[in-house]
Design a protein around this ligand. Structure first.
Ligand code: ADP
Ligand code: MG
Length: 665
């Protein structure tokens, strides 16, 4: 029983745990009263004056002070947007959706899609009436492709600028250019606000021609921080154990926020906590456990913001989205695993890997700060003080660590060459070269550093997908398997649709045996989706439970599929199916994934063709334990070893047939 494992923390003041005994839940104040109580409220007029006066402004304010929810409303009520719309970007869809819903609610209980709307990949909830539009940074970038002056907007707010996501970084340049071009042409002026939760004022202000910056103080309470005495290798179990330590002692209205890295872990920890909460000898009040991660459907995501019955504890298990993007009220305890999942790309090997990394010190402070918003808070860090001291001070901008092929493609679609782009921090020359190599291999450009896209490249830029997957979708027409390609890509686009609680891994795999395929995971996903589509609405839930399929994620995949299908129709790609001829779809997948080939060698090891690195088949794959001669994959995960995920077997001869000249061996 993992719960019996005791994690020792530095003992500063455990007595504080019992000090706050009040049992009242907040949230009884009216929305108007809540708005007035936010730290930003006193600055309303000052902010409006500055926004009127300056066309570019950097706004720094502590997380939770009201930047994202309030500033767009202030601008709207002062009509500073004139005849245009206000855009507010967010790095994550969870944040864009939940904040739009909140703001719609605050504005006279309006419903979302009216004055306030949102637009995220595969989901557009806006209308002609929409004046305040929350959207992911990726979506605004896509809008820029069809209109580089962004004429729909008079105010653009680039929020969460401190996160330095690749899309926000590119938007800095696009928006700066749009502002200048609109000024030169003397068309509708554009106001740009950069909002950040951390103090990197100078860097932002310098880039935007030394623009004005304002600082909004938050209202935070002291947070008691406890580092674990020993390093915690198994931080998932440590999270569960620490939660139960708190749960036993703290009053029921003190909610707990746990930071983990991604869907699998979060689902596993939620499952574990829920299971232990049901045990007869559990001490503490009733509790409700809510996961929060990117690929949930909007309805699921919203549950986490709803109130729970009195005398019940809320436990939120979240990715870093709860770090600065969204604020959940009532949190008094934070448990910080100290980990985050990041994409990182090695231009030397040409591979992007998903890696679980240590967070930066800045992130650690943001996380602990989440517990001290309404009163004194408590943060349990599942790492030692020494480990904390050795963490990086701040996070490296994404543009300096991810695959740039997609960005280079999108910029070219905008008529901008990445080499000439005005970046706040420049990506390395190697990663730019390697992006172009990839685009050339995909036939999106004819030459490395080409200034123009090929017709295929322009078509690829139309899809909101990684270029490799756009390529697959476009080639599926030729292979007569558009149906199948749509399904596989949609199933891969959200987070995992397979539910694998660690304690039931074998059972889950057994129950899903009937979908299994000797060709690998991608065909298995196809089988799952086909079966799923045959199930009547009333049986869907039990079917998913029985087969360990994540209901909300598969429903989401179905929505994505529909959107992609509409895009195909719009791009004149007729929907065809290869029926049972699976070689067609296997070949088709290779047209985009030929860079991701691994081959079995005599010593029973897999070696990646492109860089000769040794890799392993991930234990969750249906091909685990088998030894197909040659596979393609969509993802590399690096833990102690390198693991391949989402595999599909191929015949090696196909490589020559499909990408002549690519296979070097
Ligand atoms: P910032 O952008 O400065 O971090 P926000 O504008 O996101 O701050 O949040 C301001 C406040 O609004 C938060 O402190 C929180 O109390 C409240 N809030 C935001 N979203 C919600 C929500 N969905 N439900 C309830 N309260 C919310
Ligand atoms: Mg915010």
């Amino acid at each position: 029983n993992d719960n019996s494992k005791k994690i020792k923390f530095e003992d500063k003041s455990n007595s504080l745990l019992n000090k706050h005994g009040s049992n009242e839940r907040r949230g009884k104040l009216s929305l108007q009263e809540q708005k007035r109580r936010l730290p930003i409220f006193d600055k309303r007029n000052q902010l409006l004056n500055l926004i009127t006066r300056y066309n570019t402004l950097v706004i720094i304010g502590e997380t939770g002070c009201g930047k994202t929810t309030q500033i767009p409303q202030y601008i709207f009520s002062a009509r500073l947007q004139g005849n245009g719309k206000i855009a507010v970007t967010q790095p994550r869809r969870v944040a864009a959706i939940s904040i739009a819903l909140r703001v719609a609610q605050e504005m006279a209980n309006g419903s979302v899609g009216d004055t306030v709307g949102y637009s995220v990949r595969f989901e557009d909830v806006t209308s002609k009436k929409t004046k305040i539009k929350f959207l992911t940074d990726g979506m605004l970038l896509r809008e820029a492709i069809s209109d580089n002056l962004l004429m729909n907007y008079t105010v653009i707010i680039l929020d969460e600028a401190h996160e330095r996501t690749i899309h926000t970084d590119v938007l800095f340049g696009i928006v700066k250019q749009a502002q200048k071009l609109r000024n030169d042409k003397q068309v509708m002026p554009l106001k740009v606000l950069i909002m950040s939760a951390t103090m990197d004022v100078d860097h932002f202000s310098q880039y935007f021609n030394h623009c004005k910056a304002v600082y909004i103080e938050g209202r935070t309470y002291p947070v008691n921080i406890y580092h674990s005495i020993k390093p915690q290798d198994d931080y998932q179990t440590a999270c569960v154990a620490t939660f139960f330590k708190i749960h036993k002692q703290a009053p029921p209205n003190h909610d707990v926020l746990i930071f983990l890295t991604g869907q699998d872990e979060i689902e596993a920890v939620c499952y574990h906590i829920r299971t232990l909460l049901r045990e007869p000898d559990v001490e503490g009040p009733p509790a409700r456990v809510f996961p929060l991660y990117a690929a949930q459907s909007s309805a699921q995501q919203m549950q986490v913001f709803q109130s729970v019955p009195i005398n019940t504890r809320k436990v939120i298990v979240s990715t870093n989205v709860a770090e600065t993007s969204v604020t959940i009220t009532g949190v008094k305890y934070v448990i910080d695993s100290g980990m985050v999942k990041v994409r990182s790309y090695n231009p030397a090997t040409g591979f992007e890997v998903l890696k679980v990394n240590r967070i930066s010190q800045e992130q650690a402070w943001q996380r602990s700060g989440r517990s001290g918003r309404e009163s004194e808070g408590f943060c349990y860090r599942l790492y030692t003080k020494n480990q904390f001291d050795s963490m990086c001070l701040s996070t490296v901008p994404e543009i300096q660590r991810v695959n740039l092929a997609n960005v280079a493609l999108q910029l070219l679609a905008l008529g901008i060459h990445i080499l000439n782009f005005d970046f706040m921090d420049k990506p390395s020359p190697e990663s730019i070269t390697s992006a172009f190599e990839q685009l050339k291999q995909l036939q999106a450009v004819e030459e490395i550093f080409s200034k123009r896209l090929t017709p295929l490249g322009s078509k690829m830029a139309q899809f909101p997908l990684d270029p490799r997957f756009s390529k697959i979708l476009i080639s599926s027409q030729e292979y007569g398997c558009v149906e199948e390609a749509l399904t596989i890509i949609a199933m891969l686009s959200g987070e995992s649709i397979l539910f694998n609680p660690p304690s039931k891994r074998e059972e889950a795999q057994m129950m899903r045996q009937r979908f299994s395929s000797a060709y690998g995971d991608l065909i298995m996903l196809l089988n799952v989706f086909r079966e799923f589509n045959k199930i009547g609405q009333s049986n869907i839930r039990s079917w998913c439970q029985e087969h360990y399929i994540n209901l909300r994620n598969i429903v989401y995949a179905k929505q994505i599929r529909l959107q992609l299908q509409e895009l195909c129709e719009w791009c004149h790609i007729p929907i065809s199916s290869c029926e049972g001829k699976l070689d067609q779809i296997r070949k088709c997948m290779l047209t985009g994934l030929f860079m991701n080939v691994a081959e079995l060698h005599r010593d029973r090891q897999y070696i990646m063709l492109s860089n000769k690195q040794v890799v392993n088949i991930h234990p969750s794959s249906v091909l685990h334990g088998q030894q197909p001669a040659c596979v393609i994959f969509t993802e590399v995960i690096q833990t102690s070893k390198c693991y391949l995920r989402n595999l599909l077997t191929i015949e090696k001869d196909w490589l020559n047939e499909i990408v002549p000249g690519y296979a070097k061996c």
